[in-house]
Design a binder for this molecule. Sequence first.
Ligand code: AMP
Ligand code: MG
Length: 404
Amino acid sequence: MLINPDPITARDLLLQYAAPVNAEQLPLSLCAGRILAEDLTAAENIPPFDRSPYDGYAFRAEDTAFASEETPVTLTVLEEIPAGSVPTKTVVSGTAAKVLTGSPIPPGADAVIKYEDTVFTQETVCLFSPVRSGSNIVRTGEDVQKGAVLARCGTVIDPGLAGTLASQGKARPPVYRKPRVAILSTGSELVEADEPLPPGKIRNSNRYMLEAALRNAGCEPVCFGIAVDTVAAIANALEQCFARCDAAVITGGVSAGDYDVTPDAMEQIGAQLLFRGAAIKPGMACAYGIRSGKLICGLSGNPASSLINFYAIALPALRRLAGCRDPLPEEITVTLNRDFHKSSPTTRYLRGQLCLKNGTVSMDFSKEQGNVVLSSSIGCNVLAVIPAGSGPVAAGTKLKGYLL
Ligand code: AMP
Ligand code: MG
């Protein structure tokens, strides 16, 4: 077991223990935001046949070799081929077929001209200049070649991928099941948000905070209520979590105080502790473990601490569980738009928001960056990393940041 690893070591270690859950097949209409569970290989060419990009006429290019304004070429129109129908005649020298956008090119024809560039009647079409063979024909497979890999397993189904799946006839694609992640709150002082608040008690914010964070991560949160601060109560609740879920997130009781029994409860149910504590502020107190291949993320009870630790360490592993191919957050450089007054003996993750002003992106943040101030996490979409050993940091400083 590691003690106080740096957050990147902790995050990467956890990721090694996370493998995607199983897949299910869902109607494509329900797949937005889900994660594709196989490579999407094109089974068909798109378009499936040579087709016309315009309303116009298909003909043999060689017929127009000597066409000019003075000596136009007149072709006999054999038939009209609306989109969705098939040609019935072969275009031979001296003939043409009327085509519409999306209609198949008839056999014999090797060029198309837009109707605007011709003079036509019902029976004939006149062309006034030579046209090269192959002009204005969209070739079979020009958009998508049969056999091409269109999307990798683990890609989020966005509008582009949803449409691409449909174009390949994948009406029920395999997607990863959403991992069920248990949320267990520990603390004898907690009551739920909809309960009256007796003296000495506080509301359980972590549960709702983590429910939101897990949903955003593509997981299905399952709440297991509040356990009081005893090994037996927490161990018993954890057993229930693992009976139904793929992983668990538990808050409270991970520091070194008298009532901090969460790690003991984790060991009681046979979990192997991977690390205790992490060199990150906020979020130093934590205990992570694994039990029968399932992750337990033990976070601080302090809401902001818990959230930052979750983002920095737990989130990529949970996204991997959900099937995500690239679960690590995007690394960016952020420019602070104000001073941060405190020094940072330990690596500090500043929570804030990217803001776009006059075409420049900077990071806005509250000066309240402590363990308990959850409200300064509202709207948080970026974490900036102040390296360990830094003094106060001035506005304009560029820092490594993680996009959430
Ligand atoms: P702990 O990590 O158990 O030492 O708790 C640290 C602080 O966080 C204490 O002040 C707790 O009352 C508070 N706390 C614990 N759990 C929660 C929770 N679920 N929601 C809000 N605050 C909590
Ligand atoms: Mg506690």
